[in-house]
Unconditional design. Structure first.
Length: 293
């Protein structure tokens, strides 16, 4: 509201004097009568500017770090320096101030574990924040009773990946944690049921590029694999079928069509499925798409 006044007029609405902008405090005051027209404005002067040198970074630096849900206390905690306190009563009070509750300790452990797994999996920030929101909501609804913190964190990360359609499988997340797979699946099912979250199915096509790179295959095999999966998904249902199994069968079928000498064991070990699953999906793709080799 006041910003519109400053744009249309540079004079005080009370006395008609010249207004002054104090950028350090974000205030707009009248230079004649001292009327505070606006205060504590958001500083937009540094927004969108990039810094290439240390001097530019210092000049464009804003006060404090941005608020993030990935910090347990959202960065609002206060640390009292006990070294400069001489009064014993104040020292005792500062000592009690450093002791955190179980709720804060729980969120601290969960945040540390979530950051570690997300960093190892190279997950984007928006997926980390989504997973942390799921964990905070689960903690608020008391869904952690009888369940481990690490198991719930792994389940929240997997749920965030499913919702954000990030191609990460449950096995990849389990490889980064020491929790039993059964416990993580229980936590995941609890989150789906209690939070009423609808998750899309994992698209097998999104998994193809990563496995192609791991198997050192060329772009021709990648295009052929994507075409096979696209035709299959368009014409047939993939309900109840493991996306990794479909991906493994399509890659093996593409290798057979282009005379690439890759064994079933090499592909199944790289993708993380059994050879039986690979053969089943391979035969199904070959039969339903009428592909002759």
């Amino acid at each position: 509201m006041i910003s519109n006044i400053s744009k249309t007029s540079n004079f005080c609405p009370e006395c008609g004097g010249q207004i002054i902008s104090i950028e350090e405090r974000g205030d707009i005051v009248c230079g004649q009568c001292g009327l505070i027209i606006n205060e504590k404005q958001v500083d937009f002067s540094h927004t969108g500017k990039r810094a290439f040198t240390y001097q530019e970074k210092s000049a464009r630096e804003q006060t404090g770090s941005p608020v993030s849900i990935l910090t347990p206390d959202i960065g609002f905690s206060t640390v009292i320096d006990k070294a400069k306190i001489s009064n014993p009563d104040l020292k005792r009070a500062a000592k009690w101030d450093t002791r955190i509750t179980w709720e804060k300790r729980n969120l601290l452990i969960a945040t540390t574990e979530l950051k570690r797994i997300s960093s190892n999996l190279n997950l984007p920030d928006h997926a980390k924040k989504k997973a942390m929101r799921y964990y905070i909501e689960a903690f608020r609804r008391k869904l952690l009773r009888g369940r481990s913190i690490n198991g719930m964190v792994a389940a929240c990360i997997y749920l965030a990946c499913r919702v954000k359609e990030i191609p990460r499988t449950l096995q990849e997340i389990l490889d980064e944690t020491s929790v039993n797979a059964k416990d993580v699946r229980r936590c995941y099912n609890t989150l789906i049921r209690e939070l009423n979250v609808k998750t899309p199915t994992t698209d097998p096509i999104s998994l193809v590029p990563r496995y192609i790179v791991e198997l050192n295959l060329d772009s021709e095999i990648e295009r052929l694999t994507i075409n096979i999966l696209t035709k299959y998904i368009t014409n047939f249902s993939t309900s109840g079928k493991d996306p990794k199994g479909l991906c493994a069968g399509a890659i093996y079928l593409a290798c057979k069509m282009k005379d690439k000498n890759y064994t079933q064991k090499e592909i199944s070990d790289s993708i993380g499925v059994t050879e039986v699953t690979l053969r089943s999906r391979y035969k199904e793709l070959k039969q339903k798409l009428n592909i002759t080799i």
